[in-house]
Design a protein around this ligand. Structure first.
Ligand code: FA5
Length: 357
């Protein structure tokens, strides 16, 4: 006669499961235990099902139900233990072997805004009381916005592939080399409303790209904050007053700033603004290249051709514009001798930059 299933077999199979489960200390062991109790072949549940085959109809119904209850209980218990072991493994990965459940939990490191973004926010705060709002433009630009609309001639060296990143498949597109194309975009958009608004003034912060060699004051990707004001009878005195106010707000009332004549095709006249090197106090160092001064920005009075490109009559309207190098200003404000520190994400450096001021 075939061996038939008896309730005692079920009781037998049940024996030892709670202890075996409690003794299971890792996921591999748990998987083995799962095989022993509820695996497809050779497990306790498979053996019970095999024995059930030989039972009478009534016994099958009765004992089959009992086997199912038992199997479900095993499954539930194994699943619960698996979650516990997985949680313990995650805990170990996060806290290592030294985790002691009796200790108070470690305080996770707090995130903070990157120092360059802090500075950009501060620059916006400096200009907001003067009526400037924030404009944005894309980092992938057209030649029209990056060069044509800014009166940059077709043969200007900045347009060459030695200075500018172009896209192989889309030759009319490039990574903007400065934030000045936002001048063109904003003038085009606001030109129809310039009369009712009585003028235009805005800041445009963002990333720019150039094929510049990396050194303590140059990076192929850096940030600029563009500023522009268009109104009536705007002259160099307005530009100088505005920038002197901004530089003193950033560097303190004792900051020494100088304006140097310079050339940009989209302004006339143009200038560059330097600050007395805060790293050496002006005596000469690697950062200021022994000159005692560090260049922070380019600026000037908006060229009539830039206004004309956007359909603005330069007989009625005039303006000034400037483009500030954010990393340069950050270096000077925080006395950091190398702008690469702003991109390396070394926590030890970033932590010293908490408030930038
Ligand atoms: C310009 O980019 C002009 N668009 C600025 C301007 C705007 C002039 C409006 C007139 C009117 P320039 O190439 O000089 O100018 O760059 C401006 C500032 O960006 C520099 O003064 C410097 O502070 C910073 N800068 C330039 N190249 C780099 C670089 N490779 N890495 C970090 N900062 C840079």
């Amino acid at each position: 006669m075939e061996p038939s299933l008896l309730p005692i077999d079920i009781l037998d199979a049940q024996q030892g499961f709670p202890e075996a489960l409690a003794a299971c200390k890792d996921l591999d062991g748990l998987m083995r235990l799962k095989g022993v109790y509820i695996g497809r072949e050779g497990s306790h549940s498979a053996r019970l099902m095999e024995l059930l085959k030989a039972a009478s109809k009534e016994r099958k119904r009765e004992l089959g139900g009992a086997i199912n209850v038992l199997k479900n209980a095993w499954e539930e218990a194994l699943k619960a233990r698996q979650s516990e072991l997985e949680a313990a493994r995650r805990q170990l990965a996060t806290f290592g072997n030294t985790w002691d459940p009796d200790l108070p939990p470690p305080i996770p490191a707090r995130g903070a805004m990157h120092p360059l973004n802090q500075l950009i926010d501060r620059l916006v705060d400096v200009f907001r009381p003067l009526g400037y709002h924030v404009e944005e433009g894309p980092e992938i630009e057209t030649e029209a916005h990056n060069f044509d609309g800014l009166n940059i001639p077709a043969d200007h060296p900045a347009r060459g592939s030695a200075d500018t990143f172009y896209f192989e498949k889309y030759p009319e597109l490039l990574l903007r080399t400065h934030t000045s194309p936002v001048q063109v975009r904003t003038l085009l958009r606001l030109a129809p409303h310039i009369q009712e608004k009585g003028g235009i003034r805005f800041l445009a912060p963002g990333r720019v790209y150039r094929k510049d060699e990396i050194d303590p004051t140059h990076s192929p990707m850096f940030h600029q904050v563009e500023g522009m004001l268009v109104g009536h009878d705007i002259g160099m005195h307005h530009l100088k007053g505005t920038l002197a106010y901004a530089m003193k707000a950033l560097f303190g009332p004792a900051a020494e700033v100088r304006f140097r004549p310079s050339y940009f095709p989209f302004v006339e006249p143009g200038c560059e603004v330097d600050v007395r090197c805060p790293l050496c106090g002006g005596s000469g160092c690697r950062v200021c290249k022994q000159s005692g001064w560090v260049e922070l920005l380019g600026a000037g009075l908006v060229h009539p051709n830039v206004l004309a490109y956007a359909g603005i009559d330069s007989n009625i309207w005039s303006g000034f514009a400037f483009g500030m190098g954010v990393e340069r200003i950050a270096m000077m404000v925080s006395q950091t001798p190398d702008l690469r520190l702003f991109f390396e994400n070394d926590q030890r450096f970033l932590k010293t930059m908490g408030g930038l001021d």
